[in-house]
Design a protein around this ligand. Structure first.
Ligand code: GDP
Length: 480
């Protein structure tokens, strides 16, 4: 236990309450006067966008290298927007339609590349960055890792379908993250639709639109016909002004990895969102546990650029390996420093993966060991939830997880208590049982204990996703 919460807050020039909240999100309950350990302090420091200097395993020197920028060095930056909503309500269509409104892309002959985020240039020079992964999976996966990249959420609700389970979940996620919503009522081209009904339905989920006296903007759009996209962009710009989004430009760049992959020809490629400072070709960057000197920076119009500023989404080339989505990246002064941080983080990643999943747990520890040694190529899960919407959402989220080496397979996802048949199923396939807001029957519990099957209880979807991700990653950072 190296530092009290209050002292940590003071050193970061952050409010104590904010630090308590950040800790809470990480699952640590602490009051201002309580002390936290070096690992936890380091995570908090990173979440606040600073860098901690770790001097020994049990000692973190919180002399922050990158403190918050002085107010007078900051200038307005474009907003970063995530689109969420129920399946089939038009998230992808809207992202595609908005992309086409970009004036710069038109000049460039319409060439854009899908890199996980893109920026739209408005006719008057304003810009808006969209995270190009619809849905709340990416959003929550990032948040689960302490990254907050989204300034606001555009909630798409189809006028002909109204508020549905994933609409409600999206609202919850946005609220949990303290991110404002703009409602886009979509498909208004369809005959006989009643957008006013959507507004009423939203009311029962504490989303009060302007017409009903609240402060949530609503725009009626048709992604299909391109109706009112300019109004939606205006609403976004207006919300951005309210939020007073600003960042320093004249400092080394920092930001977050949006997605990454290993490209056959170009090596590790990461899409990053610059959140402050200026990122330049030739910079030495640490991203998660990887580092490298930037060989090239490529923007979303497939153009190689020399430097980019805050809110720009770009691909960077030159990293030693593939960082994870949600990892923080920072520019550091030299290669020695980069190597030092990278080595430290690699060691930490290993420890954490083992600690999170291993700690005296039967099947999971074994499973992790099998994954790490490459014997096991699949993580199987059985999901039971209290409502169909959650069961589905977890099933879909987990189904998309995994990488080239280790796949995630959802054996079963359903509604209701964990029963003996779930345990049998899990046992037959060496699966983990995920209980989302449900309990196990006593028979099922007994059987699970006897057979060494682990039931993991959750009430937050991104925590499920994060744990499974850690399990999958066991292969990526082997312990040896
Ligand atoms: P997502 O699952 O939320 O990403 O939804 P999609 O963008 O894939 O759209 C689902 C379906 O709705 C597709 O068949 C689209 O063509 C259709 N769709 C999307 N936007 C509109 C719209 O504004 N009007 C109409 N009539 N159909 C739309």
């Amino acid at each position: 236990e190296v530092i009290t919460v209050q002292e940590l807050a003071n050193r970061m020039a952050a409010r104590g309450g904010e630090v308590v909240k950040a800790l809470f999100r990480m699952g640590v309950m602490a009051t201002l006067t309580q002390s936290i350990d070096a690992d936890t302090a380091e995570l908090v420091v990173q979440e606040f966008g600073h860098r901690a200097r770790r001097v020994a395993d049990n000692d973190v020197e919180l002399g922050l290298v990158g403190p918050a920028d002085a107010d007078d060095t900051m200038t307005p930056r474009p907003p970063v927007v995530t689109i969420m909503g129920h399946v089939d309500h038009g998230k992808t269509s809207l992202l595609d339609a908005l992309r086409k409104t970009d004036v710069a892309a038109r000049e460039a002959g319409g060439i854009t590349q899908h890199i996980g985020a893109y920026q739209v240039n408005l006719p008057d020079g304003e810009r808006v960055t969209f995270i190009d992964t619809p849905g709340h999976e990416a959003f929550t996966a990032m948040r689960a890792r302490g990254a907050s990249v989204t300034d606001m959420v555009v909630l798409v609700v189809a006028a002909d379908d109204g508020v549905m389970p994933q609409t409600i979940e999206a609202i919850r996620h946005a609220k949990a993250a303290n991110v404002p919503l703009i409602v886009a009522v979509n498909k208004i081209d369809k005959p006989g639709v009643n957008p006013a009904r959507v507004q009423q339905e939203l009311l029962s989920h504490d989303v009060v639109v302007e017409d009903l006296g609240g402060d949530t903007q609503v725009v009626l759009v048709s992604a299909k016909e391109g109706t009112n996209l300019d109004k939606l962009l205006e609403a976004i710009i207006l919300q951005a002004e309210v939020l007073d989004l600003r960042a320093a430009v004249d400092r080394p760049a920092e930001g977050t990895v949006i997605e990454s992959r290993l490209d056959k020809g170009r090596g590790p490629v990461a899409t990053v969102l610059v959140q402050r400072g200026t990122l330049r070709q030739g910079d030495i960057v640490v991203a998660g546990a990887e580092w490298g000197r930037l060989r090239a920076i490529v923007d979303d119009k497939a153009k190689t650029v020399k430097e980019v500023g805050p809110s720009a989404p770009v691909e960077i080339l030159g990293l030693s390996g593939v960082p994870g989505a949600g990892d923080v990246f920072t520019v550091v002064e030299n290669e020695a420093r980069a190597r030092e941080i990278s080595e430290f983080r690699t060691a930490k990643l290993r420890e954490k993966a083992v600690a999170a999943l291993g700690a005296g747990r039967g099947t999971l520890a074994e499973m992790l060991a099998r994954i790490q040694t490459g014997v096991q190529k699949e993580v199987a899960v059985v999901v039971k939830a209290d409502v169909q919407g959650s069961a589905e959402a977890i099933g879909v989220t987990l189904g998309k997880q995994g990488n080239d080496e280790v796949k995630v397979r959802v054996l079963h996802s359903g509604v209701g208590q964990i029963t003996e048949s779930d345990i049998q199923l899990a046992k037959a396939s060496d699966a983990v049982v995920i209980a989302f807001n449900v309990r196990a029957t006593s028979q099922a519990r007994e059987m699970a204990t006897r057979d060494g099957i682990e039931i993991r209880y959750y009430s937050i979807i991104y925590e499920v996703a994060d744990d499974i991700e850690k399990l999958v990653r066991g292969k990526l950072s082997p312990v040896q």
